[in-house]
Design a protein around this ligand. Structure first.
Ligand code: C2E
Ligand code: CA
Ligand code: CA
Length: 530
């Protein structure tokens, strides 16, 4: 007699849940009934029984289940009572059958073959979030035929084996590696963030082919090609495989030893990215980057109070590289930590040199979120100060609001530490993005830099000037210094001074200058006392 059937059980068996119903009515045949009796006896004896059986729904459908039977001490003495927990195994059985039907693994490498790959890929795509991106990649030995002709096909087989072992080392967790036939491997990376993740992987794949191998006393060198296709959760897996194969052929046609993306737009972007990464390496390795300094002056007196250090790099052929791009690339590769440290050191040293020549000025250094999060940041700042002898209050650390407003990685503590060293913190680009007046009150800052877009609107828009006035008033109450960035006209300058803005920075005063030009600029301008 069933006393209780949970909602999922009711749906599964198609029963409305109202007693009376007998558990044995839901067993499809005598064999299942025997099994049930056996389970009940075992549970009576041992307390529980775990096993598999089949149930039959009201509609006649037979459902394979795994089940646990638990025997209870009966409240009514002689009536044996059981709890039965069943799990529907239909999906798993179906999949297992499907797998059994196909021959699943490759003999040479022991890797899943094409059939298993397709099943797994289907599952990966089905299980992924609809907007998640999955990368499907094909990798193939270039000109394997030539290896076979030169060394014999045994050696050719071992090349494939060696490559397969190397690639296996790269595969993690939910990734799939399969042999697709010939010397062709397929790799599926699930939930990639963008095209650069599979590109990074493709480069490692290429090394699996290109690193020399010693086989039967021969030193064998081959190259490989990789094709990459990106697909979303809802896509057809066969389509994705076809696209990856097309990309692979493109890589081979281009001479092999390289990767190609199915999407040509992505291919272009990737190419540009590769070039820019090379620019960055070049800049860092040659040490040919330098800092430009843009003077900051007192809005009323016009005397120089400081300068903002801005990263500069000129590529030997391509000309100047935007600091935005350089910084972004350095952030992505992690190089920003070392570069940022050198920028701090250089800026502090150069500012100290100017101070020693009688120009009592501060220097402002831009710091990226990744630097601030790094455990060494506070020490780096303190080192730069000690090494250069720059007084801490003459170093201003510029950060944007998004960087300042989070505390996921101990940012607040780093900021507090920087300020307790005596350095000042500036909120850069105020007026863009998420800037809010309450941010000024709540953030641990000393300086607000009004963004250039703000200043551009200023003379034409009463709203912009009202906002500047509000910021200035609030800043006054909070004892913050207000710097206007991107001031290009005398009109803007005059209005800002009238509104009570403390400092001015922009082309009107000066473009960012090389250190030599800055020497001249400082000589030509009187310098205030901080
Ligand atoms: P930012 O911190 O807002 O720097 C001000 C940018 O505005 C500079 O561009 C500067 O040349 C430009 N600028 C200054 N005055 C004017 C003006 O009157 N009119 C106009 N139209 N533009 C003006 P730059 O040097 O290209 O730097 C761009 C950004 O790159 C910087 O924006 C900063 O976010 C980043 N950056 C530069 N150097 C560094 C660095 O050393 N470290 C880090 N983390 N970021 C840096
Ligand atoms: Ca800045
Ligand atoms: Ca800015």
């Amino acid at each position: 007699q069933i006393r209780y059937l949970n909602p999922v059980g009711r749906v599964m068996l198609g029963h409305d849940g109202r007693p009376p119903a007998r558990a044995f009515d839901f067993l499809p045949d005598e064999m299942a009934a025997d099994l049930m009796r056996e389970g009940m006896r075992a549970a009576e004896r041992d307390g529980t029984w775990t096993g598999e059986n089949r149930l039959k729904g009201v509609d006649g459908r037979v459902i394979p289940v795994s089940q646990v039977l638990i025997a209870h001490r009966s409240p009514h003495r002689d009536v044996p009572t059981y709890s039965i927990v069943c799990r529907d195994m239909s999906d798993q059985r179906r999949l297992e059958d499907q797998l059994r039907r196909a021959a699943l693994y490759d003999d040479v490498t022991g890797l899943p073959n094409r059939a298993l790959l397709e099943v797994e890929l289907l599952r990966t795509l089905g299980g992924a979030h609809p907007t998640a991106t999955t990368a499907v990649m094909f990798a193939d030995v270039d000109r394997l035929q030539r290896v076979n002709e030169t060394f014999g096909s045994d050696v050719g087989d071992q090349v494939v084996n060696t490559v397969s072992e190397r690639i296996s080392q790269l595969i993690r967790g939910a990734d799939i590696l399969a042999r697709y036939g010939g010397a062709q491997f397929a790799v599926v990376l699930s939930e990639v963030s963008d095209e650069f993740e599979p590109i990074g992987f493709a480069r490692r794949l290429l090394r699996c082919f290109a690193d020399p191998m010693e086989i039967d006393g021969h030193l064998v060198r081959v190259t490989g090609s990789v094709g990459i296709a990106l697909t979303s959760g809802t896509a057809d897996p066969r389509e994705a495989l076809r696209s990856a194969e097309i990309a692979l052929h493109r890589a081979k046609e281009a001479g092999g030893g390289r990767f190609a993306l199915f999407d040509l737009d992505l291919q272009d972007r990737a190419q540009q990215r590769v070039e820019r990464e090379a620019d960055l390496r070049e800049a860092l390795e040659s040490g040919s980057w330098w800092l430009a300094y843009q003077p900051v002056v007192d809005a009323r007196s016009g005397s120089v109070t400081g300068a903002e250090a801005l990263l500069r790099f000129t590529h030997p052929e391509k000309g100047p590289v935007s600091p935005f791009d350089l910084v972004r690339l350095a952030e992505q590769s992690g190089a920003i930590i070392d570069l940022g440290r050198e920028i701090l050191n250089r800026a502090c040293a150069e500012a100290t040199r100017w101070r020693e020549r009688g120009h009592a000025m501060s220097v402002a250094v831009n710091v990226s979120a990744i630097q601030l999060r790094d455990a060494t940041f506070v020490d780096d700042v303190s080192d730069a100060l000690h090494r250069s002898g720059l007084p801490a209050r003459n170093l201003v650390i510029e950060l944007t609001e998004t960087t300042l407003a989070t505390d996921e990685h101990g940012e607040v503590r780093s900021l507090a530490a920087i300020r307790s060293l005596g350095c000042r913190v500036a909120l850069d680009d105020f007026g863009t993005g998420f800037s809010s007046l309450s941010g000024l009150r709540d953030l641990p800052i000393d300086v607000v830099k009004l963004d250039r877009s703000f200043i551009t609107d200023l003379t034409g828009s009463p709203r912009a000037s009202a906002l500047v006035e509000a910021v200035v008033t609030l800043a006054g109450a909070l004892d913050l210094t207000v710097v206007a960035e991107g001031v290009e006209t005398t009109e803007q300058h005059e209005l800002l001074a009238r509104l009570g803005c403390d400092r001015i920075q922009g082309y009107l005063i000066s473009q960012p200058l090389s250190p030599d030009e800055m020497d001249d600029f400082l000589t030509a301008h009187s310098v205030a006392d901080r």
